[in-house]
Design a binder for this molecule. Structure first.
Ligand code: NAI
Ligand code: MG
Length: 493
């Protein structure tokens, strides 16, 4: 069975109803990797109905956490067992360098293990009694799975973004329909094969590959879906939110960012340069939390800029599977065009292009781009304000802590932020005042399954990961019991 030609619905591999497909490309050489089924509203109907049945008729939501944990751990083991193949597939489908893909896949397995632990722990949490003001009543709180989840994910961390939604949803007892990005659907199909081998009850996990408008939209709009979990762009996030509003669906959104990185002059130069690079060049800068706006205290600014250009020049660009490569191609022609046009606009805006931002002359196939460093970027330019989603960093000098904070917080986004200083009291003070859901001190980007992830302002709604991510797939139910033998005595005296 060629899994790349089938959708995974109700525990079975099936051809899409309309038998249409689309190509998934290797962005390093523009070759077609696979033809993948293009699901339509008819397939979404089947998948949502299957998830609905699996949820309403069970047994999945009624299993103990420990029973669900056994299956989640088996999924984690299945991912780990195929780590080399999955990492290579991720490189081919997305373009990212192999060491990054290996990290992503290991993290995805870790995410399933982590939520297995939370599912188990939930079994032994003592009943949460609520002290109410009237002694004739007992009141307590129970947690229940939210129901059927529609999960729509992007292409920047294909398997990892699937894990961030599938693992907590399954741990909580939900049933799920997952739609991966049309640019990177292959590791999600492999995940379906792993889930199938593990023997999850039919309909608990369903995978539909397809385009945003043809498969994503009908999933978001389906009345039998209880919760939408979305990661991607702000415009699509708005559509998802609109779709959710009709049935007042439960919703979590993880959207874009233009995250600031404040570097004080007492920072170690090499460490600052390294974390700035990791914050914006990792995954070709196609990271929602990328620290793309760097504010450097004036005394350090010239030397830091020079060192940053020097180190950036050394990054090896090429095919993600080649030894020593740390920057692969962007995910698609469209994404590279978008980044190139942001760079061209940036040059018009008065910012100084200190390095890069070109199509490398020696790589004539594939969507490659040299990393770009812009200096003295005007605060009112699109370059400074809008998410680019590529290896493009913007620098500015600042003179005071107050000014740095003002510039950092002046954004419609609030996903992440970073601050660097050897004065930890100052770093923590600044961290508290940054309007962002994630703040890194003396680093940028490290992410852990245990810690909450999500943004302020237009960066989204809700939190993924950690206990917060688990709870976002659980309803809170109040149960109140009248304990008195006395008649209530309101209407009937
Ligand atoms: P997108 O937000 O349109 O796509 C994300 C997911 O939503 C994909 O699975 C897509 O098929 C689906 N989708 C698209 N239209 C939909 C609709 N009408 N209803 C339901 N689902 C729909 O992002 P895209 O087009 O891949 O990238 C565009 C830009 O978005 C990027 O250049 C980047 O700036 C930003 N982006 C941000 C991400 C983040 O993590 N913050 C991730 C991916 C992209
Ligand atoms: Mg691809």
């Amino acid at each position: 069975m060629d899994i790349y030609q089938h959708l995974y619905i109700d525990g079975q591999w099936r051809l899409p109803v309309r038998q249409q497909s689309f190509a998934s490309f290797d962005p390093s050489d523009e070759s077609v990797l696979a033809q993948v089924p293009a699901a339509s509203a008819e397939d979404i109907e089947l998948a949502v109905q299957a998830a609905r049945r699996a949820f309403d008729e069970g047994p999945w939501p009624r299993l103990s956490g420990a029973e669900r944990a056994t299956l989640l751990r088996a999924i984690a083991a299945g991912i780990r067992q195929r780590l080399p193949q999955l990492a290579e597939l991720e490189v081919r489908d997305n373009g990212k360098p192999l060491p990054e893909a290996q990290w992503d896949i290991a993290d995805a397995a870790g995410c399933f293990d982590y939520y297995a632990g939370l599912a188990e722990a939930a079994d032994v949490v003592p009943q949460q009694n609520i002290e109410v003001s009237d002694p004739h009543f007992s009141c307590w709180v129970e947690r229940e799975p939210v129901g059927v989840v529609g999960a729509i994910i992007p292409w920047n961390f294909p398997l990892l973004m699937a894990a961030w939604k599938v693992a907590p949803a399954l741990a909580a007892g939900c049933c799920i329909v997952l739609k991966p990005s049309e640019l990177t659907p292959l590791t999600a199909l492999e995940l379906a094969a792993i889930v199938h081998a593990v023997g999850l009850p039919a309909g608990v996990f369903n995978l539909v590959t397809g385009l945003g408008a043809d498969a994503g939209a009908p999933l978001a709009e389906h009345p039998l879906v209880d919760k939408l979990a979305f990661t991607g762009s702000v415009p699509t996030g708005r559509r998802i939110m609109q779709a959710a509003s009709r049935e007042i669906k439960n919703l979590s959104l993880e959207l874009g960012g233009k995250s600031p990185f404040i570097v004080f002059a007492d920072s170690d130069l090499e460490a600052a340069v390294e974390w700035i690079m990791f914050g914006i060049f990792w995954n070709q800068g196609q990271v929602c939390s990328a620290t793309s706006r760097v504010l450097v205290e004036r005394a350090l600014y010239p030397v830091l800029l020079e060192r940053l250009v020097e180190q950036t020049r050394k990054i090896r660009i090429g095919h993600g599977l080649d030894e020593g490569v740390l920057l692969g191609p962007l995910v698609s022609a469209g994404q590279r065009d978008k980044v190139l046009s942001a760079i061209a606009d940036g040059q018009q805006s008065g910012a100084r292009l200190a390095y890069g931002g070109e199509v490398p002359a020696d790589l004539d196939k594939g969507y490659f781009l040299t990393p770009a460093i812009f200096a003295e970027v005007p605060v009112d330019s699109a370059l400074w304000c809008e998410e680019i989603f590529g290896p493009v960093v913007c620098l500015r000098a600042f003179d005071s802590e107050e000014e740095a904070l003002c510039l950092a917080n002046d954004s419609v986004y609030g996903l992440a932020a970073a601050v660097m200083s050897q004065d930890l009291a100052r770093a923590e003070r600044v961290a508290r005042r940054l309007r962002a859901g994630i703040v890194w001190i003396n680093c940028s980007q490290p992410t852990f399954s245990e810690a909450p992830w999500g943004g302020y302002k237009q960066s989204g709604i809700g939190r993924e990961l950690g206990q917060w991510g688990f709870d976002s797939y659980r309803e809170v139910k109040q149960i109140t019991r009248y304990d008195s033998a006395q008649a209530w005595g309101w209407y009937i005296k």
